[in-house]
Write a protein that binds this ligand. Structure first.
Ligand SMILES: [Zn+2]
Ligand SMILES: [Zn+2]
Length: 745
């Protein structure tokens, strides 16, 4: 019989192809098709060389796409015919090559993923060697990004490098048929990172630590547990006494805590959930999902979990060790990042111990966290749309494809974002990578986390920036950091960055849009504080009437200051005194008179911020005079919104585009009419200009307002875009800075 001619080819696969079981799947396909050769990780992705008959190699190429593992993403396949034949008698996985080449972003890193169903079965089966194993994972699931130090994604470059494989794991790792074939992070009870439970200064390291934790939680104890991307503080979420004590320990008096539920049934018992909500809760990203309480007077969870609010951030377990805790404590637990107020998530034992000496216990294991990641936070809007308020575990690092013809597309760009809810982003050619949530940079340790994230990203993605983008605010630490780097820097206006973050996310190529950027604070072109700006492409065409921010930053924390600043615009001193008294806005006589003097001098910075207007309305309605946490006033207004009220306040727009709302401050439905007014203003302007509408900025985290606007615009068939896959708040700014730069420079 005539032997068919054998050909040899090289394939280079780029994308998310390391740490996801890609090489094992290549071996399986090659063996099925009787091909010889090898596959190996290289810095830019995966290299394959195959030899066999042409027909089978073509089939091989097709199957690579069709049978790729769940977590993998292929961005590019290049195929070259090799002149010499290969000297392999079968198909092998070869040692990775760490030769650095110049391709940027050819190799992408998968986010951390929740434990998969197959692993869950093994975890629950007494016959499996993974029975009750706290770090059960496989090629399809488990930690990834948080444990990678360097590419290629091999065990030696991961936090698992210091743990030797046991005999069984070695067999699984080498066995093509096994679901852990070449699972770089494999471990089992015989070769596991060591658990240790610190309790009253004594260390326990037995495997029954989870039973002990169950007992501790039952006895009202509060502790920290190491997770995937950092430590979480946990305690019984049903006990007032315990939750109050946690608030004291965390120095956090009102800001809501997330709750981890033992199962979806318990979630459904007290929270309203749609099919869409359940899908998000059960997704492989497993974020915290903000859901409404069925009954405001529920007595199942402690009322101190989310004081004064009608919603709870709910999360389901995403790792085997959470399941082990629930095995011995079947009630909902508080599940909050271990950090002191304003500081970044703690990711190591020593720091945790030094900062939280009041904790009753700490559960740690000796696997390092290379990239710390907070839990993600998702707000479902309706039955099909959502906002990602915090981009963290499961979503980060976020890869966005942005095809463009910018003359700067071959430049490596680093965007450093804003100041609050900071995150950074990298760009090259048509790819943007957005980092995880870093935090508010006013805190020094958060700023250190910002610097560390930049250096980690440079290393991980083999990325040396050539251009830096920052905000225009001279006082933002991110701006100052950018200025200290010896590279060309471009400063992008805050609200235009918001608008262009939507342009990038939705790949909008048509420039015919009108952008509404409403938020709390951003540095304006005229050096006032903007926050209620409307752009026709890049030109600001409308803005809200400005008012004084009495005491600058202090006014941001104290809505009552914003309230009287607005009242002074319309009423005499004596009238304001009377209104403040009637509405019981808490001012001492001295404070009030001082603020009036400051107002009279007219030296305070002015703002057009819609976020601040929300604050003023909250104070004038008696629901929030001083904010306990950022965004509190805005969130509270949603609770008092009455959907029965359909009308709004009148407003006028002058020839310069200045919008003035004609408030009735004595209206008992001030909140509802105010929210209706903001929606109506957007609607009227959108209708007049007949262009695509873009919405971005923190104000649109107000679900009531956003849904109202979306409904109105839909009725008029006006195309509307907003951020959904990246944060609509300042967490999306870095992406917008890149978008603005590519479109305008
Ligand atoms: Zn798995
Ligand atoms: Zn093992």
């Amino acid at each position: 019989m005539l032997q068919k001619r054998k050909e040899a080819y090289q394939f280079i696969i780029e994308g998310q192809v390391q740490g996801v079981g890609f090489r094992p799947s290549v071996v399986r396909i090659a063996k099925e098709l009787n091909l010889t050769g090898f596959v190996r990780n290289i810095v830019s992705g995966v290299e394959i060389q195959v030899q066999g008959i042409e027909k089978n190699i073509n089939q091989f190429e097709k199957l690579l796409l069709k049978k790729k593992p769940k977590l993998s993403k292929i961005n590019k396949i290049s195929k070259i015919k090799l002149k010499t034949s290969l000297k392999f008698i079968d198909f092998q996985i070869l040692q990775s090559s760490s030769e650095i080449n110049n391709s940027v972003f050819s190799n992408l890193i998968p986010p951390d993923v929740k434990i998969c169903d197959d692993c869950l079965k093994e975890f629950s089966s007494p016959k499996s060697r993974f029975f009750n194993y706290f770090l059960t994972s496989c090629t399809n699931c488990g930690a990834r990004f948080s444990l990678i130090n360097l590419l290629p994604y091999d065990r030696k470059n991961s936090a698992m490098s210091k743990f030797q494989l046991c005999k069984n794991c070695k067999n699984d790792f080498d066995n093509l048929e096994n679901k852990r074939f070449h699972h770089q992070l494999i471990s089992c009870p015989d070769c596991t990172p060591k658990l240790r439970l610190l309790l009253q200064d004594k260390l326990y390291s037995k495997t029954d630590v989870f039973q002990k934790i169950g007992e501790l939680l039952n006895n009202k104890k509060i502790g920290a547990v190491k997770g995937i991307g950092g430590f979480n503080l946990i305690c019984d979420a049903t006990s007032d006494e315990v939750v109050l004590r946690l608030r004291k320990i965390k120095n956090r008096y009102k800001k809501p805590f997330a709750v981890m539920f033992p199962n979806i049934q318990t979630v459904k018992k007290i929270l309203k959930t749609s099919e869409f909500d359940e899908k998000i809760l059960n997704s492989q990203e497993a974020p915290i999902v903000i859901l409404e309480l069925k009954n405001l007077k529920q007595q199942f969870l402690s009322k101190f979990v989310a004081p004064d609010l009608n919603r709870i951030g709910a999360i389901l377990s995403y790792s085997a060790h959470h399941l082990l805790i629930f095995k011995y404590f079947a009630k909902p637990i508080i599940f909050t990042s271990a950090n002191l107020s304003g500081e970044p998530l703690i990711d190591n034992f020593e720091e945790l111990k030094s900062k939280f000496n009041e904790l009753d216990f700490i559960l740690d294991f000796d696997r390092d966290i290379f990239n710390s990641v907070d839990d993600s936070l998702v707000l479902p809007l309706n039955s099909s749309e959502k906002l990602i308020l915090r981009l963290g575990r499961g979503f980060a690092p976020k890869v966005l494809k942005y095809p463009n013809n910018s003359k700067n597309r071959d430049k490596k760009i680093l965007a450093v974002g804003g100041h609050q809810k900071n995150s950074i982003a990298l760009f090259y050619q048509d790819t943007i990578i957005l980092s995880q949530f870093i935090g508010d940079l006013e805190n020094y340790s958060t700023f250190q986390r910002f610097e560390k994230t930049i250096s980690n990203f440079k290393k991980l993605f083999n990325f040396e920036p050539e251009i830096i983008l920052s905000d225009k605010h001279p006082k933002y630490l991110s701006t100052q950091w950018a200025e200290s780097i010896n590279l060309p820097i471009f400063q992008i206006q805050h609200h235009l960055a918001h608008i262009y973050s939507v342009v990038v996310e939705h790949n909008l190529t048509n420039n015919n849009f009108i952008g509404f950027a409403f938020d709390g604070t951003g540095f304006g072109e005229d050096k006032t504080i903007w926050g209620g700006e409307i752009f026709d492409k890049n030109k600001r065409i409308y803005y809200f009437k400005t008012f004084q921010l009495l005491g600058g930053e202090k006014a941001v924390k104290e809505p009552k200051r914003v309230a009287i600043a607005i009242l002074f615009e319309y009423f005499s001193f004596d009238e304001v005194v009377k209104i403040v008294k009637d509405k019981q806005i808490p001012f001492s006589k001295k404070e009030f008179e001082l603020l009036y003097k400051i107002w009279q001098k007219n030296i305070s910075v002015k703002t057009s911020s819609v976020g601040r207007l929300f604050d003023a309305i909250a104070s004038l309605s008696g629901i929030c005079h001083i904010q306990n946490y950022e965004g509190e006033a805005g969130t509270l207004t949603e609770i008092f919104y009455n959907p029965e009220i359909k009308d709004n306040f009148n407003f006028k727009i002058d020839k310069n585009g200045k919008i003035e709302i004609l408030f009735d401050f004595f209206d008992k439905d001030l909140i509802s009419r105010f929210i209706n007014t903001i929606a109506e203003i957007i609607f009227q302007i959108a209708k007049k200009h007949k262009k695509t509408v873009i919405l971005s900025g923190g104000v649109f985290q107000n679900k009531t307002l956003l849904n109202l606007i979306l409904e109105k615009l839909k009725q008029e068939n006006i195309k509307t875009y907003f951020n959904s896959e990246i944060p609509i708040n300042d967490g999306g700014l870095a992406v917008g800075q890149i978008g603005y730069f590519l479109n305008n420079f």
